[in-house]
Design a protein around this ligand. Sequence first.
Ligand SMILES: [Zn+2]
Length: 323
Amino acid sequence: MKIYGKKRALEALTNFRRSGRMPHALLLYGARGIGRHTLADYTAMLYMCERHGNTPCMECNECRRTERHIHPDVLYPLQQISDTGKYNVDGLRQFIMDCYIKPNDGDIRVCVFEKLDEMLPQHQNTLLKFIEEPLDFNRYIFIAEKKAPILQTVLSRVTALEVDGADGNEFAEALAEKGIPADRAAVLYERFAGNIGAAVSYTESGEELSYVTAAMKAADAIAARRETECLTALLALKNREDLFETIGILSDIFAAAAGKRGGRPVTGAYRAQSEKIAKALSLKTVTRLYDESVRLYGKSTANPNVRLFAGECCGAFFSAVYG
Ligand SMILES: [Zn+2]
Protein backbone atom coordinates (compact mmCIF):
# COMPACT_ATOMS: atom_id res chain seq x y z
CA MET A 1 0.00 0.00 0.00
CA LYS A 2 1.55 3.23 -1.16
CA ILE A 3 0.20 6.44 0.32
CA TYR A 4 0.58 9.71 -1.56
CA GLY A 5 0.19 13.09 0.12
CA LYS A 6 -1.87 13.29 3.35
CA LYS A 7 1.26 14.39 5.19
CA ARG A 8 -0.41 16.33 7.99
CA ALA A 9 -2.94 13.58 8.73
CA LEU A 10 -0.28 10.84 8.68
CA GLU A 11 1.92 12.85 10.99
CA ALA A 12 -0.98 13.44 13.38
CA LEU A 13 -1.78 9.70 13.45
CA THR A 14 1.82 8.76 14.16
CA ASN A 15 1.97 11.35 16.95
CA PHE A 16 -1.24 10.05 18.51
CA ARG A 17 0.27 6.59 18.62
CA ARG A 18 3.62 7.75 19.89
CA SER A 19 2.03 9.66 22.75
CA GLY A 20 -0.37 6.81 23.53
CA ARG A 21 -3.35 9.05 22.79
CA MET A 22 -4.88 7.49 19.73
CA PRO A 23 -8.51 8.77 19.56
CA HIS A 24 -11.45 6.36 19.60
CA ALA A 25 -13.26 8.35 16.92
CA LEU A 26 -11.59 9.99 13.94
CA LEU A 27 -13.08 12.03 11.13
CA LEU A 28 -11.13 12.07 7.86
CA TYR A 29 -12.41 14.80 5.59
CA GLY A 30 -11.41 16.19 2.22
CA ALA A 31 -12.39 16.36 -1.45
CA ARG A 32 -13.62 13.36 -3.41
CA GLY A 33 -10.64 11.62 -5.01
CA ILE A 34 -8.11 12.95 -2.50
CA GLY A 35 -7.66 9.52 -0.89
CA ARG A 36 -9.86 9.58 2.20
CA HIS A 37 -10.74 5.90 1.83
CA THR A 38 -7.10 4.91 1.44
CA LEU A 39 -6.31 6.83 4.61
CA ALA A 40 -9.25 5.12 6.34
CA ASP A 41 -7.76 1.73 5.40
CA TYR A 42 -4.41 2.86 6.74
CA THR A 43 -6.00 4.08 9.98
CA ALA A 44 -7.97 0.87 10.39
CA MET A 45 -4.69 -1.06 9.97
CA LEU A 46 -3.12 1.14 12.62
CA TYR A 47 -5.90 0.12 15.04
CA MET A 48 -5.69 -3.56 14.10
CA CYS A 49 -1.97 -4.21 13.47
CA GLU A 50 -0.55 -7.07 15.56
CA ARG A 51 2.71 -5.22 16.08
CA HIS A 52 1.12 -2.15 17.71
CA GLY A 53 3.67 0.24 16.18
CA ASN A 54 3.30 3.95 15.49
CA THR A 55 2.63 3.03 11.87
CA PRO A 56 0.93 -0.15 10.64
CA CYS A 57 3.39 -2.85 9.52
CA MET A 58 1.19 -3.67 6.49
CA GLU A 59 2.52 -7.22 6.55
CA CYS A 60 0.83 -9.01 9.41
CA ASN A 61 -2.35 -10.99 8.99
CA GLU A 62 -4.43 -8.21 10.59
CA CYS A 63 -3.04 -5.52 8.30
CA ARG A 64 -3.44 -7.63 5.17
CA ARG A 65 -7.02 -8.62 5.93
CA THR A 66 -7.84 -5.01 6.75
CA GLU A 67 -6.33 -3.74 3.53
CA ARG A 68 -8.28 -6.29 1.50
CA HIS A 69 -11.50 -5.44 3.33
CA ILE A 70 -11.98 -9.00 4.49
CA HIS A 71 -11.32 -8.51 8.18
CA PRO A 72 -14.41 -9.65 10.13
CA ASP A 73 -13.92 -6.86 12.67
CA VAL A 74 -13.43 -3.98 10.27
CA LEU A 75 -16.97 -3.02 9.27
CA TYR A 76 -18.42 -0.73 6.63
CA PRO A 77 -21.95 -0.05 7.88
CA LEU A 78 -23.12 1.89 4.83
CA GLN A 79 -22.36 -1.06 2.55
CA GLN A 80 -23.84 -3.41 5.08
CA ILE A 81 -27.17 -1.71 5.65
CA SER A 82 -27.91 -0.20 2.26
CA ASP A 83 -27.95 -1.07 -1.43
CA THR A 84 -28.71 2.51 -2.35
CA GLY A 85 -25.72 4.22 -0.77
CA LYS A 86 -27.93 5.96 1.80
CA TYR A 87 -28.26 5.42 5.53
CA ASN A 88 -31.55 4.54 7.16
CA VAL A 89 -32.46 4.66 10.84
CA ASP A 90 -33.50 1.00 11.18
CA GLY A 91 -30.33 -0.26 9.51
CA LEU A 92 -28.17 2.01 11.64
CA ARG A 93 -29.89 0.90 14.86
CA GLN A 94 -29.42 -2.76 13.99
CA PHE A 95 -25.78 -2.16 13.12
CA ILE A 96 -25.18 -0.33 16.40
CA MET A 97 -26.85 -3.08 18.42
CA ASP A 98 -24.61 -5.68 16.79
CA CYS A 99 -21.60 -3.63 17.85
CA TYR A 100 -22.43 -4.05 21.53
CA ILE A 101 -21.29 -7.66 21.17
CA LYS A 102 -17.55 -8.27 21.45
CA PRO A 103 -15.49 -8.46 18.25
CA ASN A 104 -15.16 -11.78 16.42
CA ASP A 105 -11.43 -12.27 16.27
CA GLY A 106 -9.48 -9.93 18.46
CA ASP A 107 -9.84 -7.14 20.98
CA ILE A 108 -10.80 -4.34 18.63
CA ARG A 109 -13.58 -3.62 16.19
CA VAL A 110 -13.32 -0.75 13.70
CA CYS A 111 -16.46 0.79 12.21
CA VAL A 112 -15.83 2.86 9.10
CA PHE A 113 -18.75 5.21 8.51
CA GLU A 114 -18.58 6.59 4.98
CA LYS A 115 -20.37 9.77 3.84
CA LEU A 116 -20.93 11.16 7.32
CA ASP A 117 -21.78 14.53 5.76
CA GLU A 118 -24.60 12.91 3.80
CA MET A 119 -26.23 11.44 6.88
CA LEU A 120 -29.53 13.10 7.76
CA PRO A 121 -29.59 14.79 11.17
CA GLN A 122 -31.79 12.02 12.60
CA HIS A 123 -29.20 9.44 11.48
CA GLN A 124 -26.42 11.46 13.05
CA ASN A 125 -28.44 11.64 16.27
CA THR A 126 -28.86 7.86 16.26
CA LEU A 127 -25.13 7.59 15.92
CA LEU A 128 -24.45 10.13 18.61
CA LYS A 129 -25.43 7.91 21.52
CA PHE A 130 -23.21 5.21 20.12
CA ILE A 131 -20.10 7.38 20.03
CA GLU A 132 -20.95 9.26 23.24
CA GLU A 133 -20.58 6.15 25.35
CA PRO A 134 -17.89 4.26 23.49
CA LEU A 135 -17.31 0.63 24.35
CA ASP A 136 -13.70 -0.32 25.02
CA PHE A 137 -13.48 -2.53 21.97
CA ASN A 138 -15.03 -0.20 19.37
CA ARG A 139 -13.17 2.36 17.23
CA TYR A 140 -14.82 4.71 14.76
CA ILE A 141 -13.53 6.17 11.51
CA PHE A 142 -15.79 8.68 9.78
CA ILE A 143 -15.31 9.85 6.21
CA ALA A 144 -16.73 13.08 4.83
CA GLU A 145 -16.06 15.71 2.22
CA LYS A 146 -16.84 18.72 4.37
CA LYS A 147 -17.59 19.41 7.98
CA ALA A 148 -20.45 21.89 7.39
CA PRO A 149 -23.33 19.36 7.27
CA ILE A 150 -22.15 17.45 10.33
CA LEU A 151 -23.92 18.19 13.60
CA GLN A 152 -21.84 20.10 16.11
CA THR A 153 -22.68 17.49 18.75
CA VAL A 154 -21.11 14.80 16.55
CA LEU A 155 -18.11 16.95 15.60
CA SER A 156 -17.36 17.65 19.24
CA ARG A 157 -16.91 13.91 19.86
CA VAL A 158 -14.52 13.13 17.02
CA THR A 159 -10.97 14.13 16.23
CA ALA A 160 -11.06 15.66 12.75
CA LEU A 161 -8.13 15.33 10.36
CA GLU A 162 -8.13 17.10 7.01
CA VAL A 163 -6.84 14.93 4.17
CA ASP A 164 -4.31 16.80 1.99
CA GLY A 165 -3.50 16.13 -1.63
CA ALA A 166 -0.15 15.04 -3.01
CA ASP A 167 2.69 17.40 -3.91
CA GLY A 168 3.82 17.77 -7.53
CA ASN A 169 6.39 14.95 -7.49
CA GLU A 170 4.13 12.45 -5.78
CA PHE A 171 1.30 13.42 -8.10
CA ALA A 172 3.48 12.74 -11.17
CA GLU A 173 4.65 9.43 -9.67
CA ALA A 174 1.11 8.26 -8.94
CA LEU A 175 -0.08 9.21 -12.42
CA ALA A 176 2.94 7.50 -14.02
CA GLU A 177 1.75 4.29 -12.35
CA LYS A 178 -1.47 4.73 -14.30
CA GLY A 179 0.51 5.21 -17.52
CA ILE A 180 0.05 8.98 -17.66
CA PRO A 181 3.24 10.71 -18.91
CA ALA A 182 4.98 13.45 -16.93
CA ASP A 183 4.11 16.37 -19.24
CA ARG A 184 0.44 15.46 -19.11
CA ALA A 185 0.67 15.02 -15.33
CA ALA A 186 2.06 18.55 -15.03
CA VAL A 187 -0.99 19.96 -16.86
CA LEU A 188 -3.33 17.91 -14.69
CA TYR A 189 -1.56 19.07 -11.54
CA GLU A 190 -2.34 22.69 -12.41
CA ARG A 191 -5.93 21.75 -12.73
CA PHE A 192 -6.53 19.28 -9.91
CA ALA A 193 -3.78 20.36 -7.53
CA GLY A 194 -2.89 17.23 -5.53
CA ASN A 195 -6.14 15.37 -6.10
CA ILE A 196 -4.87 12.18 -7.76
CA GLY A 197 -8.26 10.45 -7.82
CA ALA A 198 -9.97 13.35 -9.58
CA ALA A 199 -7.17 13.61 -12.16
CA VAL A 200 -7.23 9.87 -12.88
CA SER A 201 -10.99 9.66 -13.20
CA TYR A 202 -10.94 12.68 -15.50
CA THR A 203 -8.30 11.01 -17.66
CA GLU A 204 -10.04 7.65 -17.72
CA SER A 205 -13.51 8.96 -18.51
CA GLY A 206 -12.11 11.13 -21.30
CA GLU A 207 -14.37 13.95 -20.30
CA GLU A 208 -14.81 16.48 -17.62
CA LEU A 209 -16.91 15.35 -14.68
CA SER A 210 -20.23 17.17 -14.91
CA TYR A 211 -19.93 18.77 -11.48
CA VAL A 212 -16.44 20.05 -12.28
CA THR A 213 -17.64 21.65 -15.52
CA ALA A 214 -20.63 23.16 -13.73
CA ALA A 215 -18.44 24.61 -10.96
CA MET A 216 -16.00 26.15 -13.42
CA LYS A 217 -18.76 27.65 -15.58
CA ALA A 218 -20.63 28.96 -12.53
CA ALA A 219 -17.44 30.53 -11.14
CA ASP A 220 -16.70 32.18 -14.49
CA ALA A 221 -20.28 33.46 -14.64
CA ILE A 222 -20.08 34.87 -11.10
CA ALA A 223 -16.80 36.63 -11.91
CA ALA A 224 -18.42 38.12 -15.03
CA ARG A 225 -21.68 38.92 -13.16
CA ARG A 226 -23.78 36.86 -15.56
CA GLU A 227 -26.56 35.38 -13.52
CA THR A 228 -28.32 33.51 -16.32
CA GLU A 229 -25.10 31.73 -17.27
CA CYS A 230 -24.60 30.71 -13.67
CA LEU A 231 -28.12 29.33 -13.47
CA THR A 232 -27.72 27.45 -16.77
CA ALA A 233 -24.50 25.86 -15.47
CA LEU A 234 -26.19 24.68 -12.26
CA LEU A 235 -29.35 23.50 -14.01
CA ALA A 236 -27.24 21.23 -16.23
CA LEU A 237 -26.71 18.98 -13.19
CA LYS A 238 -28.91 15.93 -12.99
CA ASN A 239 -28.83 14.99 -9.32
CA ARG A 240 -28.40 16.51 -5.90
CA GLU A 241 -25.04 14.81 -5.21
CA ASP A 242 -23.52 16.53 -8.23
CA LEU A 243 -25.10 19.85 -7.30
CA PHE A 244 -23.64 19.67 -3.80
CA GLU A 245 -20.30 18.63 -5.23
CA THR A 246 -20.42 21.77 -7.38
CA ILE A 247 -21.29 23.96 -4.38
CA GLY A 248 -18.39 22.36 -2.52
CA ILE A 249 -15.96 23.20 -5.33
CA LEU A 250 -17.32 26.76 -5.54
CA SER A 251 -16.75 27.06 -1.81
CA ASP A 252 -13.09 26.09 -2.30
CA ILE A 253 -12.79 28.55 -5.19
CA PHE A 254 -14.23 31.40 -3.08
CA ALA A 255 -11.92 30.52 -0.19
CA ALA A 256 -8.89 30.60 -2.51
CA ALA A 257 -10.09 33.88 -4.06
CA ALA A 258 -10.49 35.43 -0.60
CA GLY A 259 -6.96 34.27 0.22
CA LYS A 260 -5.69 35.82 -2.98
CA ARG A 261 -7.36 39.17 -2.12
CA GLY A 262 -5.71 38.90 1.27
CA GLY A 263 -2.31 38.55 -0.41
CA ARG A 264 -1.85 34.78 -0.46
CA PRO A 265 -1.01 33.07 -3.77
CA VAL A 266 -3.59 30.62 -5.17
CA THR A 267 -2.11 27.14 -5.07
CA GLY A 268 -5.04 24.72 -5.11
CA ALA A 269 -7.12 23.34 -7.93
CA TYR A 270 -9.23 25.65 -10.14
CA ARG A 271 -6.59 28.34 -9.97
CA ALA A 272 -7.87 30.16 -13.08
CA GLN A 273 -11.36 30.49 -11.59
CA SER A 274 -10.11 31.60 -8.17
CA GLU A 275 -7.94 34.27 -9.76
CA LYS A 276 -10.76 35.53 -11.98
CA ILE A 277 -13.05 35.91 -8.98
CA ALA A 278 -10.34 37.59 -6.92
CA LYS A 279 -9.75 40.05 -9.74
CA ALA A 280 -13.40 40.85 -10.40
CA LEU A 281 -14.84 41.10 -6.88
CA SER A 282 -13.94 42.77 -3.59
CA LEU A 283 -12.76 40.85 -0.55
CA LYS A 284 -16.06 41.65 1.16
CA THR A 285 -18.04 40.22 -1.75
CA VAL A 286 -15.87 37.12 -1.99
CA THR A 287 -16.25 36.55 1.74
CA ARG A 288 -20.03 36.84 1.40
CA LEU A 289 -19.93 34.33 -1.48
CA TYR A 290 -17.88 31.96 0.63
CA ASP A 291 -20.30 32.25 3.59
CA GLU A 292 -23.25 31.59 1.29
CA SER A 293 -21.56 28.54 -0.25
CA VAL A 294 -20.89 27.06 3.20
CA ARG A 295 -24.48 27.71 4.24
CA LEU A 296 -25.85 26.12 1.05
CA TYR A 297 -23.48 23.16 1.28
CA GLY A 298 -24.70 22.66 4.84
CA LYS A 299 -28.10 21.78 3.40
CA SER A 300 -26.74 18.73 1.62
CA THR A 301 -28.29 16.38 4.14
CA ALA A 302 -31.75 17.68 3.20
CA ASN A 303 -33.38 16.34 0.08
CA PRO A 304 -34.21 19.35 -2.06
CA ASN A 305 -35.63 19.46 -5.55
CA VAL A 306 -32.49 19.85 -7.67
CA ARG A 307 -33.87 22.52 -10.01
CA LEU A 308 -35.36 24.62 -7.23
CA PHE A 309 -32.20 24.35 -5.19
CA ALA A 310 -30.05 25.34 -8.20
CA GLY A 311 -32.22 28.46 -8.45
CA GLU A 312 -31.83 29.17 -4.73
CA CYS A 313 -28.04 28.83 -4.94
CA CYS A 314 -27.79 31.08 -7.93
CA GLY A 315 -30.04 33.67 -6.25
CA ALA A 316 -27.95 33.57 -3.09
CA PHE A 317 -24.66 33.97 -4.97
CA PHE A 318 -25.90 36.94 -6.94
CA SER A 319 -27.38 38.60 -3.85
CA ALA A 320 -23.90 38.27 -2.42
CA VAL A 321 -22.36 39.76 -5.57
CA TYR A 322 -24.71 42.75 -5.58
CA GLY A 323 -24.57 43.05 -1.79
ZN1 LIG B 1 0.41 -5.16 10.90
